[in-house]
Design a protein around this ligand. Sequence first.
Ligand code: XMP
Length: 512
Amino acid sequence: MTQPRGILILDFGGQYTQLIARRVRECGVYSAVLPCSASIDCIRQEQPLGIILSGGPASVLDEGAPTVDLEVFSLGVPVLGICYGMQLMAHVHGGVIERGLQREYGRTLVSMDETGSGLLQGMKSESTCWMSHTWQVTKLPAGFETVAHTPNCPVAAMSDPSRQLYGVQFHPEVTHSEEGTKLLQNFLLNICHAPADWTMEAYAERTIARIRQQVGDGTVLLGLSGGVDSAVAAALLYRAIGKRLTCVYVDHGFMRSGESEQVIDVFTKTFPVELKTVDASDRFFAALRGVTEPEMKRKIIGREFVEVFRQVSSDLGKRDHFAQGTIYPDVIESGSIKGSAVIKSHHNVGGLPGELGFTSLVEPLRMLFKDEVRKLGLKLGLPENLVCRQPFPGPGLAIRVIGELTPEKVQIVRDSDRIVREEIEAAGVKASQYFTVLTGAKSVGVMGDERTYAYAVAIRAVTTDDFMTADVARLPWELIDRISARIIGEVSGCNRVLYDVTTKPPASIEWE
Ligand code: XMP
């Protein structure tokens, strides 16, 4: 297969690096990300049509600040530096970087001084951009000119068209930069002349080729969680290596209504992998008896998972590699990227393969955001009702029951979750994720002249693109009324329904 040619992004540890890759792909241009420390040979091998230097948390003046092989600037392909990337470009070409008098953060009106051609072609003379910087270029290197500024930032964008070097202090990749896509398109299509022919089919093809290369003649074990990500990973692996893929589906007892049946159906009929299903619910409930602390629940579920896998894999006989459907938000939120904090431990990210003695870890979705994973799943031929269903956390309904877990409490969330899903889907209302939570609270009520003392269930419904931030879905009141009436009428053990109106941040999407 010929290597696709596109844009190479060199990562300086910025929080938006993958977002740059995604925006480039959204413009139809292939993109790859390498660490800024990549050797020039490695960079050449990618045969990039253009290079983007990402942002990053350091100051270029720091001792040991990250840099690049300076040959990057003389490969004969255009280079765009974003934030730290621009400061580095200026610094190594003899410009001056200084601490700004006033730190700029957030939406900022930027004066675009040169919109006739080049990087800012066709942009408005004043455009709202996302800024986040302390340091800035105060003196341009020779050969460069200023093409944008703000009252506090004399060089908000710079360019040297003769050497095809460009820099922006703001972040065009962030949606708050209103004309960010235009700027990226100018760079990708007009300056780099990159072909806008990148498609999800091409991504699938390339990833399948990579899997074949990584796995060789080996066999792979994959844990199906019942969620979208592991299903798409399994479909991709099935396309790559067929029956050499064994999928293990562990029913921990915290699955949604109808979920186990659907997973088993798809992976025996549409993608007939070697499928091993295990009902381990008794074991999980036993291990979680008396546990109320969310992180402890996650850890125990993770530990039990590893244990069940260990048993299943030794029963199955040796498999060489271990695959999982880790996606980009999992990678960031698990703190595997330098500088990011651990918010919640996700049991599907971790030392499982090492512990279980697998040769390597296959994570074909590691660079994709959720919406990209869904597109890929559809392209691979997974059924729409599986691919487009909302994501579901590895620990399942266990983290939607606040307090100690019992089969009865889990049944309350399972039944109320089914009602929420049925009603929202029947109403055709758009929301990215919706479910119920069994709050730990019990309250007094009356039902048929009887006093009740039962659980309060909360409805959680959010809209989001990438699950890293989320807004509350504005469900119509009639719909909430209907859901509430059905939950009270059909689910025993609950006498009150609440609606969670908190965005992420400050709350997370799940309650635990
Ligand atoms: P939070 O609650 O962190 O959720 O805002 C963000 C997204 O991740 C899902 N989630 C998980 N997914 N394993 C997973 O695979 C987990 O342990 C886990 N915890 C949360 C959550 O449902 C939401 O879509």
